[in-house]
Write a protein that binds this ligand. Structure first.
Ligand code: FAD
Length: 262
């Protein structure tokens, strides 16, 4: 019987990323999957000739380098490129109106001003100021910084000194994003907007959505010249790239992936 250093249960994006990092560091990894296809919530299905996405649809920070997006960092490490469409705006149809919204801080502030007035713009600005230190911490902690095998004392001091000014913010990162919203936002439109973004990024409400994920999203969206991405072929293409990268780094994996090749 084969022996493995690590067995990962589930070939969602989380399991595939985790398996890839371990394979990159030379570990013998087995990824098990209960479903008939890999990808977890990031998969698609066909009905009447149309392909539907079951999970993620908002992507950003994958096709550029450097990137703070953890998935973008892993794809780069695996030497995998995914063909991406870029877009800058989306059509929004909500009870407050029907409008075309560009990604970025200024266009959204303009929208708030038109729909809700100056007071709500100030509320939003205070909210964004609350997120910025969290985004900064995430920016300063690249994904592989904490690999116990690669980090040395100097790296550790260097890293710590970067996020020391915001150290009191660290406990907020793992909490639900709703806490931060409750502290800053009263306007129902703004609260609903953040709840919508939280749902789009996690499939859950703002209270159940991880603050780190939202801080990364705001960080990417509010960069000057920011844009959104969509993988050609849908989220399946990201999953295929992760599997491909994983297989390149470590070929002895679960027969599921091998039998798919045959
Ligand atoms: C509706 C929705 C929309 C989303 N939109 C976005 C978005 O736009 N942008 C974005 O960045 N993120 C989005 N997300 C979040 C993102 O898709 C998820 O966070 C991510 O895909 C979760 O990956 P995961 O590996 O943690 O879990 P999952 O994808 O849930 O994977 C878990 C895997 O484990 C398998 N499994 C479970 N139990 C067992 C077992 N006992 N044995 C073997 N296998 C098992 C499951 O079959 C599954 O394949 C969205 C999520 C949802 C639900």
């Amino acid at each position: 019987m084969e022996k493995y250093d690590v067995v990962i249960v589930g070939s969602g994006i989380g399991g595939l990323c985790c398996g890839s990092i371990l394979a990159l560091s030379g570990k013998k990894v087995l990824i098990c999957e209960a479903h008939t296809q890999p990808g977890g919530v990031a998969h698609s299905f066909k009905r009447k000739g149309y392909t539907f996405e079951s999970g993620p649809s908002l992507w950003s920070g994958i096709g550029k380098w450097p990137t703070t997006n953890p998935l973008g960092q892993i794809l780069k490490l695996l030497d995998e490129e995914v063909e991406l469409f870029q877009y800058k705006s989306w059509q929004v149809i909500i009870p407050e109106g029907n409008f075309n919204l560009d990604v970025g801080e200024e266009p959204f502030k303009q929208t708030i001003k038109t729909l809700r007035g100056e007071k709500s713009v100030k509320e939003w600005e205070a909210f964004i100021s609350g997120i910025k230190p969290l985004s900064q911490i995430i920016n300063e902690i690249p994904l592989l910084s904490f690999s116990p095998e690669s980090i040395n004392f100097l790296d550790l001091i260097n890293l710590t000194s970067k996020f020391l000014p915001n150290i009191n913010q660290i406990p907020k990162i793992n909490k639900g994003f709703g806490n931060l919203v409750n502290n800053h936002l009263e306007d129902p439109f703004l609260r609903n907007w953040v709840d919508l973004l939280s749902f789009l990024i996690s499939g859950m409400s703002m209270h159940d959505t991880n603050t780190a994920a939202m801080a990364t999203l705001f960080n990417e969206w509010f960069e000057p010249n920011s844009y959104l991405e969509y993988p050609k072929g849908g989220s399946e293409s990201i999953v295929k790239a992760l599997i491909n990268g994983f297989k390149k780094k470590w070929r002895k994996i679960n027969s599921f992936f091998e039998s798919k090749d045959n």
